[in-house]
Design a binder for this molecule. Sequence first.
Ligand code: NAP
Length: 274
Amino acid sequence: MREPEELLRKYGPWALVTGAAQGIGAEFAEQIGAAGLNLVLVDIDADRLREVCHSLRERYPVEIRPIVLDLRREDLLDSLLPEVEGLEVGLLVNNAGIAKVGPFLPQERGFLLDQLHVNTRAVLLLTHAFGSEMKTRGRGGILVVSSGAAWVGSALNANYAASKAWDLIFAESLWAELGEFGIDVLGFMPTSTDTATLWRHTPNAPKASVMSVEATVRSALHALGRQPSWFAGRLNRIAFRVLRSVLPRSLLIRFVSRSLRGMSNRPATSSDER
Ligand SMILES: NC(=O)c1ccc[n+]([C@@H]2O[C@H](COP(=O)([O-])OP(=O)(O)OC[C@H]3O[C@@H](n4cnc5c(N)ncnc54)[C@H](OP(=O)(O)O)[C@@H]3O)[C@@H](O)[C@H]2O)c1
C-alpha cells in the first residue's frame, strides 16, 4: 500500500486520468483524489463523468476538472491541451481502453481502427505531451493500463491483445528511458476486474478470480515507481508465470483461447484442440 502523502509529494499537484467515468478509471480518480491530488478527468460519457465528479467533490477537498472528449479525435492534443493550460500535471494515467471479445474478420475496420486509436494512439500522444512537461520539471509519473492479455495472443482478442502488448512494451521502454529525468513509468496489467465492461464481454468469467476495482487500482499505484511493469493479483502472477514456463507457446495460445471462448460463451473450435 502506498502512502497517500507519497503520491501527492511525488506526482502532485494534478493528475490526469482518461476513461474516468466508470470502472477502473473512476477508481483511479477515487484513490488519487483521496491522496489529495487535483484531478483532470477525461471521458467520452458526459453524464457518467458528471456523476463521478459530483461524488468526488462531496468527499475530497480537491479541484476537479472534467473534460468530455473523444480520445479518437484526429486533433486530440489540440482539443485537450488548451483545457489544461497552466496546470502542473505530474501524474498521467492512460486508462481508457476499448475491449471487445469476438472473431476478428467480421469486425468493422472502422471499429478496429477506433480501438487502436484509443488503446495506443491516444496513449502515445498524451504520454509525449505530458512526458515532455514532466521532463522539464524533472519529476512525474506515467501509468499505462495494459492488460493480462498483453502476455500472449488469443483467438477472439487479436486487436485488443496486440494493442495492449503495444502499451506494455511502450511503457517498459519509457521506464528505461525516462527514469533519469525523474519520471516513473509503469505498464500495468489488470486481469479480470469487476467492471460492467468485463461482464459484458466475458459473462462466464470465474467470479473467484475477478478482482475488485479497488484492489486493482491499489496494486497499480503501489507498483508505480517500483517496477517497469506489474501484473495485478499475486495468484494471477504465479499462474501466468507457471503456464508460460511449462507450456510451449502454441499450447499456451490455445489454452488462453479456449478459456476466453468459455468465458465469453462461445463454443470451443477444433483449432483450440490441435
Ligand atoms: N476490466 C477488466 O477486467 C480489465 C482487464 C484488463 C485490462 N483492462 C483495461 O483497463 C482499462 C479500463 O477498463 P474498464 O473495464 O474499467 O473499462 P470501462 O469500464 O469500459 O471504462 C472505460 C471508460 O473509457 C471510456 N472511453 C472509451 N472510449 C473512449 C474514447 N474514445 N474517448 C474517451 N473515453 C472513452 C468509456 O466510455 P464509454 O463506455 O461511454 O465508451 C468508459 O467510460 C482499459 O484500458 C481496459 O482495457 C480492464
